[in-house]
Write a protein that binds this ligand. Structure first.
Ligand SMILES: Cc1ncc(COP(=O)(O)O)c(C=O)c1O
Length: 443
């Protein structure tokens, strides 16, 4: 007992001499110091809670309409069961894995093995995070095209990875009616970004926030480099069912020699207007899915069960109901409401060929420098101020695009605001009407 007390006292002395007992907050992990993890993120700044109550929210990319009734019915039915309310297998519920296999198998030109080639995850985000956990060693480099979906950055740095940025070059300023196709990649830049530490390339098609649908040629170029340097490709295709104007969605996993090194990411949230369900999936070879399963099992153990059943019902019935074709037509109409509004004002924007975002060129939107901007906006790019000003003066919120760039290149993004058209027609029409007032602030 005396020995125990003595050692305890010794420990206390040692600790205080090290300053561990010094009053103050307990230090948090250094991994939070990188990747902008602690900065107030753009979603919090432009959150409806911070904006006037009547501001129309075209900022964060979620719908203001419910999932289809038949999908909701499947969720309600699942809640009445017993097994459906309990843990699922960490790989995902068999019904959903089978539905994914049936629905995606033909798109990958292969039979997808429900045991080893499909993993259900808690949204696409958790799936991608699990891939990073499973594959990154400290110092491994992960190439991402800029602008990039903002979650990639902290998800890579939390896992010891080092983000490496390769630009998607914006269309020439002289191009007054660009499409997302004119945001281009330079394969020489991509090659130059590859080092002996490069482990992975993230591809996002259709792209958030540009709306770019990568062409077969572009993907072939990326694939050739991935094969030459033995890289893993994470292909974030959560908007795969949202391409417009007959634009073909090409899956990089289908290109010769790519299946074995590609993991494809999907999301029930995007497919079925159910972003809060947090159901997503990964499709790929067993060599990628097995280690990722080990990671996801430790992170969430399994994804919520009843909504997996509902997502399964969605995939099972989508074809016979013509659901994705109808959804594409609806989004085409929604896109047109905003692009017509911008056309009427003579504003330049990127016409998206996929996803549900439009980049508006805001470089000539004029706002008073002494406008009462909140502290969260001051000190950020010009686009942060422009978006704040537009939200307060015009009554329509959007997202500043510099958030989708690393600090060194943020100035490229400052020229754009991202408007989401994942809203119902009435809301978009009202927003379009309000946006006409923007004319008063154009230089
Ligand atoms: C490109 C991209 N990937 C992934 C996600 C996340 O999908 P989920 O909600 O299924 O996690 C989003 C959501 O906005 C996205 O835009």
């Amino acid at each position: 007992m005396r020995a125990a007390l003595a050692s305890c006292r010794h420990l206390r002395n040692r600790m205080s001499s090290n300053g561990i007992h010094a009053p103050g907050p307990i230090p948090f992990s250094s991994r939070l110091k990188e990747g902008r993890a602690l900065a107030e993120d753009v979603w919090s700044i432009y959150n409806v809670a911070n904006l006037p109550a009547d501001c129309i929210n075209l900022g964060q990319g979620y719908m203001n309409f419910a999932p289809p009734q038949w999908v909701k019915d499947a969720a309600t039915q699942a809640l009445q069961g017993v097994a459906e309310n309990h843990y699922s297998h960490p790989k995902g519920r068999m019904r959903l894995r089978q539905a994914i296999s049936q629905s995606y198998g033909p798109q990958f030109n292969r039979e997808l093995d429900v045991e080893s080639e499909i993993l259900v995850t808690s949204g696409a985000n958790e799936g991608m995070y699990s891939v990073f956990v499973a594959f990154l060693e400290a110092g491994d480099e992960v190439i991402m095209f800029e602008p990039f979906f903002d979650q990639y950055l902290p998800s890579v740095t939390f896992n010891g990875g080092k983000p490496v940025y390769v630009p998607l070059h914006p269309p020439a300023a002289s191009n007054k009616s660009p499409t997302s196709n004119e945001w281009s990649i330079d394969l020489v830049e991509l090659r130059n970004a590859i080092t002996p530490r490069t482990k992975m390339i993230i591809v996002n098609t259709p792209h958030n926030p540009v709306g770019k649908v990568f062409t077969r040629e572009e993907l072939q170029g990326i694939a050739a480099l991935a094969k030459e340097f033995n890289l893993l490709v994470m292909s974030d295709e959560v908007y795969d069912c949202l391409t417009f104007d007959g634009k073909e969605h090409v899956r990089i996993a289908n290109l010769p020699g790519m299946w074995d090194r590609t993991v494809t990411v999907g999301s029930a949230g995007k497919a079925f207007a159910a972003t809060g369900w947090r159901v997503g999936w990964l499709i790929g070879p067993a060599s990628i899915i097995r280690p990722t399963l080990a990671a996801t099992t430790r992170i969430v153990f399994c994804t919520n069960s009843p909504l997996q059943e509902a997502a399964a019902a969605g995939l099972e019935q989508a074809d016979q109901r013509g659901y994705f074709a109808t959804q594409r037509a609806e989004y085409t109409e929604r896109r047109k409401i905003l692009t017509d509004a911008f056309d009427r004002m003579g504003l330049t924007y990127t016409l998206p060929q996929g996803s549900y975002f439009i980049l508006l060129d805001i470089s000539n939107v004029n706002f008073p420098e002494d406008y009462p901007f909140p502290p969260s906006v001051l000190g950020r790019g010009r686009d942060f101020k422009a978006c704040w000003f537009i939200a307060l003066e015009i009554g329509v919120s959007s997202i500043p695009v510099s958030e989708f760039y690393c600090e060194e290149h943020a100035n490229i993004g400052e020229a754009y605001a991202r408007f989401g058209f994942c809203k119902d027609v009435d809301t978009l029409k009202k927003a379009a009407e309000r946006l006409q007032k923007l004319k008063n602030y154009i230089q």
